[in-house]
Design a protein around this ligand. Structure first.
Ligand code: MN
Ligand code: MN
Length: 293
């Protein structure tokens, strides 16, 4: 692994300090903080998620296992990005993701704004992208930007067919995005459907994805702002942390080959959102750990 533009941070997520060579899952921070249209401060997010992770148990009660037991987890630290250049930062992100994939490990990105998903997911071949988000992020451009937090899923369609995208928890979009969704037949399960019809939604998602490779992107604003106030664009009317934990436990059974957790803005967080993020990540690690048994 080329590490000259990675700033090592110890302890890493959860205090996991396995050597990279032996790791199954590899964390790194991608603190991109450029295109927010409202709140910013994403650059502080990886540190706050790591801090929260150090203060939660690594034993995941719902799965009855300690994520240390079966899974080797490494944390490369934070990637140095070019503060004013989304494309240059994106190339750096893609390079690290590609290297981790080449070494046959699961990359796990700590955002950063949602834009990082474009550069990360682009590095995978033929994967499905499952998105948890309050927003569709399907605008073709936003305030003149083609590549930003509000267009990220639309940009994925530049290289992925719409059948390979699944949206979960959305409760806000523009009329154009709604019409675009109808035209393209992207599978989408809105917030209300997810909350009221959880089991059926999970079953349908599993049917759509099957045993394909899955890239999972978790925009923390999928959570109701009561449970995750510290996000860039809070959107009322969402599921609880409990509901999303349950969802991730089930989605964790899919063939997940890459993940990111994005959109935390620590200057607007009292710690609630960072702790929710860390707990969601542990739930996923427990699911990966279960599969490796
Ligand atoms: Mn969002
Ligand atoms: Mn988003």
């Amino acid at each position: 692994m080329q590490t000259e533009n990675l700033i090592p941070i110890r302890p890493g997520f959860g205090g996991f300090d396995f050597p990279y060579e032996k790791a199954d899952v590899v964390f790194f921070g991608a603190p991109m903080d450029v295109t927010s249209s409202y709140r910013s401060g994403y650059r502080f997010a990886p540190a706050k998620i790591r801090e929260a992770s150090a203060n939660l148990e690594t034993y995941v009660q719902s799965s009855g296992l300690d994520v240390f037991e079966k899974l080797n987890v490494s944390d490369l630290g934070d990637l140095m990005l070019v503060p004013t250049d989304v494309e240059a930062s994106g190339r750096a992100i893609a390079a690290v993701v590609r290297q981790i994939l080449k070494d046959r490990k699961i990359p796990f990105l700590l955002g950063g704004e949602h834009t990082i998903t474009y550069f990360s997911a682009k590095s995978f071949k033929d994967c499905c992208v499952v998105q948890l988000d309050a927003h569709r992020d399907l605008r073709d451009e936003y305030m003149g930007d083609k590549v930003c937090h509000a267009t990220v899923m639309r940009r994925l369609l530049d290289f992925l067919p719409p059948e390979r995208i699944v949206q979960l928890g959305v409760r806000s979009c523009s009329k154009d995005e709604a019409e675009f969704l109808d035209r393209t037949h992207i599978a989408a399960y809105d917030s209300g459907r997810l909350i009221e019809d959880h089991a059926e939604v999970v079953k349908e998602v599993k049917d759509i994805v099957g045993d394909e490779d899955v890239y999972l992107t978790v925009d923390l604003d999928v959570l109701d702002p009561a449970f995750a106030p510290g996000v860039a664009t809070p959107e009322p009317g969402g599921p609880s942390t409990f509901q999303i934990l349950k969802l991730l436990r089930e989605l964790g059974e899919l063939n997940i080959v890459g993940c990111d957790v994005v959109e935390l803005v620590p200057p607007h967080d009292d710690g609630t959102t960072a702790f929710a993020a860390a707990r969601l990540i542990y739930e996923l690690l427990a699911a990966f750990s279960k599969k490796s048994r």
